[in-house]
Design a protein around this ligand. Sequence first.
Ligand SMILES: CC(=O)SCCNC(=O)CCNC(=O)[C@H](O)C(C)(C)COP(=O)(O)OP(=O)(O)OC[C@H]1O[C@@H](n2cnc3c(N)ncnc32)[C@H](O)[C@@H]1OP(=O)(O)O
Ligand SMILES: CC(C)C(=O)C(=O)O
Ligand SMILES: [Mg+2]
Length: 497
Amino acid sequence: MRRLYLFDTTLRDGEQSLGITLNVREKLEIAKQLATLGVDILEAGFPASSPGDFESVKIIGREVKGITVCGLTRCVKKDIDLCAEALKEAEDPRIHTGIAVSPIHMEKKLRLKPEQVIQKAEEAVRHAKKYLNDVEFYAEDAFRSDYDFLAKIFERVIAAGATVVNIPDTVGYATPWEFGELVSYIKTNVPNIDRVKISVHCHNDLGMATANTLAGVMAGADQVEGTINGIGERAGNTALEEVIMAMYTQKNRYGIDLAVNPREIAATSRLVSSITGVPVPSHKAIVGTNAFMHASGIHQDGILKEKQTYEIIDPEIIGVPRNQIVLSARSGRHALKHRLEELGYKPEDSQMNTLYEEFLLLADKKQEIYDEDLHVLMGTGIPEQNGIKVKNISVATSGKQSATAAVTLEIQGTEITDAAIGNGPVDAVFKAIDRITGKEVRLEDYSIKSVSRGKEALGNATVKIFADGNYYVGKGVSTDVIDASAHAYADAISKLN
Ligand SMILES: CC(=O)SCCNC(=O)CCNC(=O)[C@H](O)C(C)(C)COP(=O)(O)OP(=O)(O)OC[C@H]1O[C@@H](n2cnc3c(N)ncnc32)[C@H](O)[C@@H]1OP(=O)(O)O
Ligand SMILES: CC(C)C(=O)C(=O)O
Ligand SMILES: [Mg+2]
């Protein structure tokens, strides 16, 4: 069996998605789940980018063990010094340094001659090696580079001590057969390439990131880079869950071994979506809510006769259980506990009474309780309301005219009420919250979607605000959309310093 290493960059390239800014606590929570999933390398951030990113890499390196923790740098000494400093307490640290190698990037962006680029690359790798042994070198925009030049720069960074060479298709321009050829070219034309690991890092601009990554693996790559749910710069990165399951379903055919636990895929996807505020499309491969649903009669008939007629993956393998018990207000604690355990939760007996009371309150409003409701009940997706709690809302609307909202918030133990007029009830509620908190924020995005099913489905509101030069995402869940929206807005504001 050939071992394939999984390099997760959800917290670095994934966080480069427009509008995502995660704080240290949020990044640490995702990092711990990625370690539970079993990725081999976790790229925690770009320490030179901001004090917040530095802190995240430092804390993840300190807290998350049993995994390689990596930080990104440019071929700039100051970036490398900061990265090494941030990784000081990591058990198994890696510096990921590199520079662009395509003619357009070297000439127009870096304004450097090819030989100067090689020198910077060598110096950066040598400098990083002063701090630690494991140094990965990325050749940004490798796919659009001159392959002889690419081979030359890899030869020189390997001589300087690189342990991994990364071949990125930075702008997602490759097709699978071309990308496979590139990896083969590097394998056969770079002296001493067998001393290092080859990594592939693909972007999804043409919708081919996963296909290109697999072509790279078939051509001999040892490591694949990607993000959970495929989030990332522009159209995103390779979705790691797709690579994992492509390998898993084809394990016997290709003889590739991974260290991951596929049962954690669904939970990891949910956590990343919930914390980043980036929804997973319902038809998304592997982790979309419809990925294991069968809608049309001929398919349903086939599935009932033999699951494998239309199902290439047993959903339980990725942690999506087949639902056998229908939960309602008539269910008891045993049924609730059984289903929660099937979903992967481990409720303590002492928690069950409170959980059951909350369950009954929800079940009285709904005919049926679905798994999505239970995830919300268990707190996955319900944000902590740090400091600001929504205590009461009353809204009056008059047809097409403006709406009035009175809102009571509890801020650090004190209840404050105020009212405002708005262009519709949600706007009125947000304006009342602004009056109470006195914060200057700009609403960037607002969406509400159902997170469960049925007439009384839970509404999941996501609010993105801009304040103090940063974006903040807040979430709120309730059977009442105005209430969910108010919680989401208060949650976003509570993240401001
Ligand atoms: C393909 C990728 O995903 S690469 C990673 C992208 N991630 C990021 O950019 C992280 C967020 N970025 C940042 O916080 C900032 O851009 C910083 C801290 C990295 C740099 O900020 P600044 O010093 O203000 O530079 P700015 O971003 O405006 O310009 C980039 C500079 O780095 C140079 N540069 C770009 N890539 C590299 C590299 N890999 N190695 C060396 N120099 C590089 C550019 O040529 C430019 O140099 P110049 O100022 O001499 O023209
Ligand atoms: C920094 C490198 C690895 C990158 O993200 C890219 O080239 O896409
Ligand atoms: Mg990238």
